[in-house]
Design a protein around this ligand. Structure first.
Ligand code: 8YV
Length: 319
């Protein structure tokens, strides 16, 4: 292979991997670079002091200003994921470090899971499964629930994934409205410039906006109360967007109808109080978790690094 041949003659480029990546992605990185695995280091500080000065790229996420400061030769951070809220982009910019993400390739997978969670919640599919497995069926039926047909879904964040969710929601015969930073005149759906108003007018609120400081707590108690006792919330974005304690309280009291949650404020820790609730469906951050999508995301991480070190334009630069 050309890269193996070259490695015999030139000093390999050293990169830092910050967390476990897909096997195919790790293999592709190892073919090209000398990879230092920070997440596996017995003493991360020692590893950084040894190799930090030579590290030219990071593959993965969770990159703080402190980490960037320890890598004086750093040129690029290739994030595995479309959301890059775990990267201090201001520090990267200040240090003249490029940042890339993995947009578009996960749109379908995340949209599919979103609709799956909505149907699962509306029809209590996980609860029905448990009901049958526990032998409760002969004694009584599970009950009657709601459906998506004819309902209004408000999408918080009509970006690339939001649009895929919108078209699938329309296939469920739902009416789509949206809230975001600005109206998108090319979109046929009604735009709200006020999230509380949209929540009040919606049966479902789907959250698919970026995380980070700009959206922290945007789904406030007021928004959740506006959604109300018959309202359902779905979060496939980041836990940081919702006031999680308020949501829990409203789900417990009946002030909010239901929630389907793929992400949590302190994931993978999930407040145990959720486990006792019948009106929630819980999922362990599975939005992009399919073989085809994760492979495509991994390939994009590698392709961005390849482009960078070949002096070519990056595929998906965010900084
Ligand atoms: C994760 C995601 O990145 O793309 C995103 O922003 O949240 C997910 O796809 C994925 O779980 C890999 O860590």
């Amino acid at each position: 292979m050309a890269t193996d041949y070259l490695r015999e003659f030139v000093m390999p480029i050293e990169i830092l991997q910050t967390h476990k990546l897909l096997g195919s992605c790790e293999e592709a990185l190892a073919e090209r670079f000398t990879v230092h695995k920070l997440h596996q280091a017995a003493d991360p500080a020692e590893l950084l002091s040894l190799v930090g000065p030579r590290v030219r790229a990071i593959a993965g996420g969770a990159v703080s200003a402190e980490l960037i400061a320890q890598l004086p030769a750093l040129e690029i951070i290739a994030n595995f994921g479309v959301g890059y809220d775990s990267i201090d982009t201001a520090a990267a910019r200040a240090a003249n470090v490029r940042v890339t993400n993995t947009p578009s390739v996960l749109n379908n997978a995340v949209a599919e899971l979103t609709l799956g969670l909505m149907i699962a919640l509306a029809r209590r599919i996980p609860q029905g499964d448990q009901f049958v497995r526990r032998g409760k069926w002969p004694a009584a039926g599970l009950g009657l629930f709601s459906e998506l047909t004819g309902k209004t879904v408000g999408i918080l964040g009509l970006g690339r994934i939001g649009k895929e969710i919108a078209s699938r929601a329309q296939a469920m015969k739902m009416r789509v409205v949206y809230y975001g930073r600005k109206r998108q005149p090319a979109e046929p759906h009604i735009f709200y410039d006020n999230l509380v108003d949209m929540a009040r007018d919606s049966d479902w609120l789907v959250i698919i906006a970026p995380g980070g400081k700009g959206t922290e707590g945007i789904v406030s108690r007021q928004v959740l109360e506006a959604l109300g006792p018959d309202g359902h919330i779905v979060n496939v974005a980041r836990g940081s967007l919702i006031d999680e304690p308020a949501m829990l309280e409203l789900l417990q009291s009946g002030g909010l109808g239901g929630a389907a949650l793929d992400v949590f404020e302190h994931e993978p820790e999930v407040p145990e109080a959720f486990f006792a609730l019948d009106n929630v469906v819980l999922s362990p951050h599975q939005g992009s978790a399919t073989h085809q999508t994760r492979n495509a995301m991994g390939a994009m991480v590698v392709a961005n690094l390849d482009a960078h070190f070949a002096g070519e334009p990056l595929l998906s630069a965010v900084v």
